[in-house]
Structures are given as C-alpha cells and as structure tokens.
Ligand binder design. Structure first.
Ligand code: NAD
Length: 362
C-alpha cells in the first residue's frame, strides 16, 4: 500500500505520524511510504533519516495526500487537510470527533475511512493507543510538580526526595490508572512518600501488589481525599470516568486547609479537570496560583516531549497500521479492535457515541 505522512500543522504539535524506525517496518513489509519534507523536524528526524529508512520525500502535503492510499497522522485533520481526503482513502490518527462537528462534517463529505486512535481497543478492555500518552503524562506530572515546588517557581521550596536526614515530599495521586501508576512510579523512584487514592478496590489491590509496600493505598471517599490532600505537598489529579467530565474531587474551600505553596497537578484537565479551581494552561505558561496553592494544568502534557511521545505512540500504532497497510479495509472487518476504531466510513458515522453527541445519524 502507498502510505503517506504529512507534517503536523496544528499549533504547537511537534510529533510525527511515523518515525523513521516505523517507516522501516512498513517498507520491510513491502509498502511504499511518502513523507512530507521536514515532517520529522520536531523530533530531530531529518529527510535523510527518512530516506535511509526507505521513504520517499515529497515537497508538499498536497502531494502526500494525492499519492497515498492511507494517511497516518497524530492530530485530527485540520480544515486544509480534511478537504484533501477522498473516498477509499484511509485516515489513521487521533480524531476526538465528539466535540468537533466541523471536522465530522469535513470527514463525512470527503468519503474517507477514518480510524481514530482513541477508540481502538485491546483484548483487556483497554485503549492501547491512548495509554502511551497517559504513561508520558503520568511521568511528566512528577517532573512538573518538582519544578513547581521550587521556591523560584512560587512553590514550598521542597526537594521531592529530600536528602538523608530531611523528610521527602508527600505526594498524593488521585486515580490509580495509567497516569496515576506512572506518576507514582516516578515519585517512588525519587524517594517521595506516596499515597494513591482510587475508587476501585480491585485496582488498589493490584497497586498494592505492584508497589510491594512502597506506596500507601486508600479507597476514595470525601473523608480520605480531604485527609490526604490537607497533608500533601503535591496532589496529582489522574481520575477518569469514561465518557464523562472529571468529578471535582478537590473543592476551592479545601485549598485554605492545604499546605501553603503546595502544588496541584491536574492531568485530568483534558476532561475538565478534577480540581474545582483548575483551568487549562499551556507549556509556555503552565502554572498559576489560587489561595496560595500552585496549579499546573497543561492540557497536552506529552507535547513537551515529542521525541519520547512519537516513539511511544508509534510503538503502539505500528501493529494496527501495518494490519491496515497489509489488508486495507478488510483489516477493519477482521479485527474487532480496529473495528472499534472506525469512526467514519464512506460518508457515514460508524461510532455510536460520536454520532449521538453530534446529533448526527449513525
Ligand atoms: P485510567 O482509566 O487508566 O485511570 C483512571 C482511574 O481513575 C481509574 O483507576 C479509576 O478507578 C479512577 N477513578 C475514577 N473516579 C475516581 C474517583 N472519584 N476517585 C478516585 N479514583 C477515581 O485513565 P488514565 O489513562 O490514567 O487517564 C487519567 C486522566 O488523564 C484522563 O482524564 C486522561 O484524559 C488524562 N490525560 C491527560 C493528559 C494531559 O496531557 N493532560 C495526557 C494523558 C491523559
């Protein structure tokens, strides 16, 4: 199959749909890969790196769209991209269509077949193409907290791990899923005192086994959240209720009882945030203060580390992308996990929840 990768054009997006390493895999499987010039610049991959991996470099996105049977991207197509898609062309990327009627109409009009990373499933009821970004965000959350805790950044002036003879930071992670587990791993690694709060007892049992006593676990109630938040130097918000806005677990009235110049990192901000006082921030200006507590609420945390994020994303997308390249649309019909990723096909919405939230026929 002819597979094309245009350069990402959404503001501040530095990731790339296929890394040179992934291109080698496609080429080794007998496919032709066309890359727009400079597509890998954000991760330090040159056109020569892609040529060496077996790709053909094209000078414009228009050429990539015109010559490819499948387009592999990272972000949802922008207006100038969706009008270049056509019938029988496969689009494989993050779409997040539910809140985006304009994009949905653009894709429907194009007649293309769009498979959304975020709804592809795996055999364990997981979302394998979302998980790598949660892993990245969870690990980054502790780095962000460490920076915000510095006195120069307005924080308590505390080193996460302390030093011998001086107590470390107390870090509370609310939500022990993918983000929370990876945040806890980093925090434990740095020597922090870590508590994970979750509303799933099964998950708490798994975490207890995983960390072998190096984290405390608590069942999520109003009482336990209050107790832990009031005693914490850092709170990481990492809850997810699938398909719903994040519950507000830390209210503004609680901030005055928290440690002064403590830090809240709201990773769940992309679902509205789980602290009442959260609002989205950017990497350029990531923190703000409310009632003496520093808030970090960057909505696209993985964007800070496009090299790691692109590689992690490519590792996850590669088997699905290769299946699509090998078999075309038949791969979607044969594989229920890819089928779960199908959002648009030949002018029809094929994902019920997306159609319902857009008020369009399914
Ligand atoms: P996940 O489903 O793996 O984990 C969520 C956990 O929250 C589950 O264990 C669940 O039991 C727990 N939970 C739900 N309600 C709770 C409550 N009331 N109290 C305590 N725990 C509760 O999800 P994830 O992949 O870890 O993602 C977490 C959040 O991070 C999501 O909102 C996701 O969109 C977001 N995220 C943000 C970024 C970013 O850049 N800001 C990047 C990746 C993910």
């Amino acid at each position: 199959m002819k597979v094309g990768v245009p350069k990402e054009i959404k503001a501040h997006e530095y990731r790339v749909g296929l890394t040179p390493g992934a291109v080698r895999e496609y080429v080794a499987a007998g496919h032709r890969v066309m890359i727009e010039t400079d597509a890998g610049a954000g991760i330090g991959a040159t056109d020569d790196d892609y040529r060496n991996a077996g790709a053909t470099i094209l000078t414009s996105a228009a050429e990539v769209f015109a010559s490819s049977e499948m387009i592999v991207k990272v972000k949802e197509p922008q207006p100038s991209e969706w009008c270049q898609l056509r019938e029988n062309q496969i689009l494989f990327t993050y779409l997040h269509l539910a809140p985006d009627p304009d994009q949905a109409k653009g894709l429907l009009k194009s007649g293309c077949t769009a498979i959304a990373y975020e709804t592809v499933t795996d055999a364990h009821d997981g979302l394998p193409l979302l998980a790598p970004m949660s892993e990245v965000a969870g690990r980054l959350a502790i780095e962000a907290a460490g920076s915000a805790l510095k006195r120069s950044a307005g924080g308590r002036g505390l080193l996460i791990g302390g030093v011998p003879g001086v107590q470390p930071a107390r870090i509370v992670v609310i939500g022990g899923g993918v983000v929370g587990t990876h945040a806890a791993r980093m925090a434990v690694g740095l020597g922090a005192e870590v508590t994970i709060i979750d509303r799933s007892i099964r998950r708490l049992r798994e975490l207890d086994e995983l960390f072998e006593g190096r984290v405390r676990t608590r069942f999520s109630t109003i009482d336990s959240v209050e107790e832990e938040v009031f005693a914490a130097d850092v709170v990481i918000g990492a809850v997810l209720v699938p398909g719903a806005s994040a519950p507000k677990l830390v209210r503004r009235s609680m901030l005055s009882s928290m440690r002064k110049r403590g830090v809240l990192v709201d990773v769940a901000i992309d679902q509205g945030g789980c602290f009442e006082t959260s609002h989205p921030t950017t990497h350029a200006d990531p923190t703000y203060e409310v009632d003496g507590v520093i808030h970090y609420c960057v909505a696209n945390m993985p964007g800070a580390v496009p090299l790691t994020s692109s590689q992690a994303l490519n590792n996850a997308t590669l088997p699905f992308g290769l299946a699509l390249a090998n078999k075309g649309f038949s791969a979607v019909l044969e594989n229920p996990h890819l089928r779960a990723g199908l959002n648009v096909h030949r002018g029809r919405l094929t994902y019920k929840a997306v159609a319902e939230s857009l008020g369009l026929p399914f």
